[in-house]
Design a protein around this ligand. Structure first.
Ligand code: NAD
Length: 334
């Protein structure tokens, strides 16, 4: 169904890694009332979708799931999810559907393809897209949904795989205020913050601004850590100083890019799992499109985009984006 884009190739390989780290956790349905309601559809069971779907199951929501990569479904199927053959079948069986796909083309395919959601969607269905995509595509999907009598909301996430596993994501929601309580009920089982940003597309707008800042701060953290280590500083000590000083940020404290500084960060796992460089490059491209369209100056966002693009060309696309540190380090050693 979907073509093998860089992001898709990234999906296939990262899922195998994700599954390795998805340890068998205690699993129990906490709400029988929710368990008896109609299933929620979930499409896209990759690094993020997999733990998100598991949290829906844990909260008692029955699920009907689909992914183009069958291996991605195995884990949630073992936990009780029903499996559909296509997005169209998901839309036949569910009236609330969450999609968590790599990028805009994948979303278009899952919604408007020959066996896409819109081919069978029922009137009144609530469609929640948590993928990070072009806000213009969210608006396009919302218009198509409206023609079918359904509601489309964009709800991209921040937090990464660690927060996805812990049901601690932040959701940025764009779309109908009237439908927001229904969206919030579902998303709050997977996240700790569910924020209504405004009309359709505003969730994506907030998300791409956040990720542009994250991309820049990760490069800055990598540069500072590399310089400090080349000056003879111990990386754990340097991170400790930064994290009690004004340079502190999420990239230095929670997701430090130097191996061994934070045990749970992808850097300490050979940059496997986490948020792929190819996906970050995609988000920076979205930010650049948006800054061009709005005539906004984003010089550091533009530079960060170029750096991550070069990283993809040099084989970092499938590694976590914090491998920016590794890229800088290797360049320094030449
Ligand atoms: P991923 O590549 O690991 O997973 C995407 C899944 O979608 C894969 O299992 C793939 O097989 C499936 N898929 C692709 N096309 C499909 C189609 N047409 N129909 C059904 N399934 C299809 O990606 P991810 O890391 O889970 O990220 C998903 C989205 O969330 C992306 O937009 C990403 O930018 C965003 N995001 C990721 C992170 C992170 O840390 N990984 C954090 C925040 C936001």
């Amino acid at each position: 169904m979907a073509t093998l884009t860089g992001a898709r190739l990234c999906s296939l390989r990262l899922i195998a890694v994700h599954r390795k780290y998805a340890v068998a956790r205690a699993f129990s349905v906490s709400s029988q009332a929710k368990a008896s309601s109609s299933p929620i559809g979930f499409i896209g069971l990759g690094n993020m979708g997999n733990p998100m779907a598991q949290n829906l199951l844990k909260s008692g929501y029955p699920l009907v799931v689909f992914d183009v990569y069958p291996e991605a479904i195995a884990e949630v199927q073992d936990l009780g999810a029903q499996v559909a053959e296509s997005p169209a079948e998901v839309a036949q069986r569910a009236d609330r559907i969450v999609t968590m796909l790599p990028s805009s083309p994948h979303v278009r395919e899952a919604y408007t393809g020959a066996t896409g959601i819109f081919s069978t969607v029922k009137k009144g269905t609530l469609l929640i897209d948590s993928s990070t995509i072009d806000p213009a595509v969210s608006k396009e999907m919302a218009k198509l949904a409206e023609k079918k009598g359904a509601t489309f909301m964009d709800a991209p996430v921040s937090g990464g795989v660690v927060a996805a596993r812990a049901a601690a994501l932040t959701f940025m929601v764009g779309g109908s205020e009237d439908e927001f309580p229904a969206v919030e009920e579902i998303l709050s089982t997977m996240g700790k913050n569910v924020v209504h940003c405004g009309a359709v597309g505003t969730g994506e707008a907030a998300k791409i601004c956040n990720n542009m800042l994250l991309a820049v701060s990760m490069i800055g953290t990598g540069e500072a850590m590399n310089l400090g280590m080349r000056l003879g500083l111990d990386p754990k000590m340097l991170a400790k100083i930064i994290n009690m000083s004004s340079g502190r940020c999420w990239s230095s404290e929670i997701y430090n890019p130097v191996p061994g500084v934070i045990d749970t960060a992808p850097a300490s796992n050979n940059y496997q799992g986490g948020f792929g460089t190819a996906l970050m490059t995609k988000d920076l491209g979205l930010a650049q499109d948006a800054s061009t369209a709005t005539k906004s100056a984003t010089p550091l966002g533009s530079l960060a985009h170029q750096m991550y693009r070069i990283m993809c060309n040099r084989g970092y696309g499938l590694k976590d984006f914090s491998s920016a540190y590794q890229f800088i380090k290797e360049d320094s050693e030449k």
